[in-house]
Design a protein around this ligand. Structure first.
Ligand code: NAD
Length: 322
């Protein structure tokens, strides 16, 4: 198996098109899960400070390096800046904390997690900070404009703490605005993308700007239904979708592999998450084969504009996708 890569701008770094999602893995299992994922062949890890397991992700990577499975330079590590740390001085502090937790000297790609600045929560008060101030029930926005946050992200590249910078959950308007002032252009945008939420025009436009795209939640409702989200439970699972199942049968693949391959056919990276070694293996086995155009078209017909990861659905007064 040869991992397919995408070249990032402006660094020219090669990023694996398939990686491993680190969210929602209980901290006590994380080091072993990451170690197993490296053993199975994953080379990209999509983590974040707000996933409550960044230290353990670092432990897993270190175990694998110490056992001689990989070298640091063969691993591509992503971390994310949380919303409470958008101010200039907090960007640096948050990035340093992620570096310390991961036990790394640099992060390959550092993403602004959400396009919302929230009131800062000092690390000694609560870490990770979460969405609200301690003891409060609703979010509090902070007066930090995006250009200030982005300039602080750029200085992390200047100083070698991170190699590439990008963002997640940004909409087109904000991307257009940011592209009008940035000194270092974003390397990558990570957004929710799956057959039920395809955002085709947006993906194509972003790629046309020379910015790579990574999909999160490639299995659509799966992780949200597992987390108990009502509107995810009421949607047909992608794994049971008759169109996906029929295509899976044609290629002798499982439905999860079809969802992932469909994304790779758009040159969109994926970061599936699984704690089971057999699923880790099957999710990685989506490289070096092609899907016929008619099958891609059939999956394209499944778009419903159905989003699951929206702060509003979680109860936060942040309608960022409108
Ligand atoms: P996902 O779409 O990868 O789905 C995971 C769920 O599917 C789990 O319940 C898992 O048990 C199940 N599963 C995995 N492989 C399977 C298979 N082959 N067959 C059947 N079931 C399978 O989930 P996700 O966690 O929403 O997204 C993946 C990653 O994306 C996260 O871990 C994180 O790194 C990233 N992410 C980023 C953001 C963001 O805001 N930037 C948001 C959500 C997720």
């Amino acid at each position: 198996m040869t991992i397919e890569y995408i070249s990032l701008n402006p660094s020219g770094d090669k990023m694996p098109l398939i990686g491993f999602g680190c969210a929602k893995i209980p901290p006590e299992q994380t080091a072993e899960v990451i170690y197993n994922a490296i053993k199975v062949g994953y080379r990209l890890f999509d983590g974040g400070s707000n996933y409550y397991n960044e230290k353990q992700v670092g432990d897993g990577i270190r175990m694998a390096i110490n056992d001689g499975l990989v070298e640091r330079k063969e691993i591509f590590v992503i971390s994310k800046l949380w919303c409470t740390n958008h101010a200039k001085e907090h960007v640096r502090q948050a990035c340093q904390r992620s570096l310390d937790d991961l036990g790394l000297e640099y992060i390959d790609l550092y993403l602004i997690h959400f396009p919302v600045a929230l009131e800062h929560v000092p690390m000694h008060v609560r870490y990770p900070a979460g969405w609200t101030q301690p003891g409060e029930k609703q979010v509090r926005r902070a007066r930090v404009p995006m250009h200030v946050c982005w300039a602080a992200m750029e200085s992390l590249v200047d100083d070698g703490l991170v190699r590439n910078i990008g963002m997640s959950n940004f909409n087109a308007q904000l991307m257009m605005d940011l592209l009008s002032y940035c000194r270092i252009e974003p390397a990558l945008l990570q957004v929710e993308l799956h057959p039920y939420l395809q955002q085709d025009a947006y993906v194509k436009w972003i790629q046309k700007q020379g910015i790579a795209v990574t999909a999160y939640s490639s299995f659509g409702p799966a992780s949200f239904a597992a987390g108990g989200l009502k509107h995810a439970k009421s949607v047909e699972s992608l794994f049971d979708n008759p169109v996906i199942k029929e295509i899976a049968a044609k290629y002798n693949r499982d439905p999860g592999q079809i969802a992932l391959r469909w994304s790779l056919e758009r040159n969109v990276g994926v970061v599936p998450k699984s704690t089971s070694v057999s699923r880790m293996k099957s999710n990685l086995d989506v490289l070096n084969w092609k899907m016929d155009e008619e099958d891609i078209q059939a999956i394209n017909q499944l778009d419903m504009g159905l989003r699951f990861n929206d702060p509003v659905i979680k109860g936060w007064d942040l309608p960022i996708f409108l």
